[in-house]
Ligand binder design. Structure first.
Ligand code: PAF
Length: 286
């Protein structure tokens, strides 16, 4: 496993090693790898002849009052994990190499980027789309693997890839959870013990929604929304940012839960903002 620190070096490696029918599978990350990332890496191993993981904490996707400075970073540990998982290259460029001082080009997926996560975090998806396109241009993978936990990110990237004809196949893998249901996230490291104890309420709220729709056959989005809020309300430490019942591609709110509906939420636990979601399909009646 080689650590690659320079964009030009990564491009050279890809030029030399890819091709000749060999498929590159790519897992973009911001480092601080956890089991959720490793499940993406394992999928990439199945898909590609060689696997590239990037670890780059992308300043462009953090707002001025967000946690860019405190976002967990541990390149040595990421390196060890990549070795264990049989990754071929860990690409960890510097900020200066990724963004020149006079960088002025951005990717804006309009509409989708201003809803939900985008409403709370203005500019976030512009930063995500820009860095993902840059990474795809450097790595030129056949497959890029993302996690369903960041459902809106997945929708934004799918739209960008479609609209800009980016030659990559996107693969989306299910959310990996702790035993108590908490979705794995690098930001979980910021939770203090009390907030960590409280955090699985997000999953319990989503599971309640799933049971309502898939077991009890409820289709009214307002009822599902109320049930999710009720469960979240049982945990005084959780502050709801949003609960949304939407189409997973367009992110438009639905009045009725349909096949493949996304129930997404964001909540604060102390200073840490967590997101989670489930995809549900109503029980067929009759
Ligand atoms: O999901 C992430 O870790 C990041 O948003 C990504 C896709 C690596 C872009 O910085």
């Amino acid at each position: 496993m080689d650590l690659v620190r320079r964009v030009s070096m990564m491009q050279e490696i890809v030029r030399e090693k890819a091709g000749k029918g060999r498929k590159v599978a790519f897992v973009p990350t911001m480092g601080a790898l956890h089991d959720g990332h490793l499940s993406l890496v394992r999928r990439a191993r199945e898909l590609g002849d060689f696997v590239i993981v990037s670890a780059f904490v992308n300043p462009m996707q953090f707002g001025p009052n967000e946690d860019f400075d405190t976002y967990p970073r541990d390149l040595a540990r990421d390196q060890d994990l990549c070795i264990q998982e049989g990754v071929d290259y860990l690409f960890a460029p510097s900020r200066e190499d990724m963004y020149r001082p006079d960088h002025h080009t951005y990717v804006e997926v309009e509409g989708l980027s201003s809803l939900l996560e985008g409403a709370t975090r203005p500019g976030h998806f512009r930063g995500v789309a820009t860095v993902v396109l840059k990474l795809l241009n450097v790595v030129r993978p056949h497959f890029a693997v993302f996690g369903q936990k960041d459902a809106q990110q997945v929708a934004v990237i799918k739209r960008m890839v479609r609209d800009l004809n980016v030659p990559v196949e996107l693969i989306v893998e299910p959310t990996v959870r702790e035993d108590d249901g908490l979705a794995l996230s690098s930001r979980n490291a910021h939770l203090d013990p009390e907030d960590r104890r409280a955090a699985p309420v997000l999953y319990r709220a989503l599971e309640r929604a799933r049971a309502l729709v898939e077991e009890e056959g409820v289709r009214e989005a307002a009822r599902v929304d109320a049930a999710v809020r009720e469960v979240l309300g049982t945990e005084p430490r959780a502050r709801i940012d949003y609960v949304a019942i939407v189409d997973p591609d367009e992110f438009v709110p639905l009045e009725r839960v349909d096949e493949n509906t996304l129930i997404a939420l964001a909540a604060w636990l102390g200073e840490t903002r967590l997101i989670d979601n489930v995809l549900v399909t109503p029980r067929r009646v009759g």
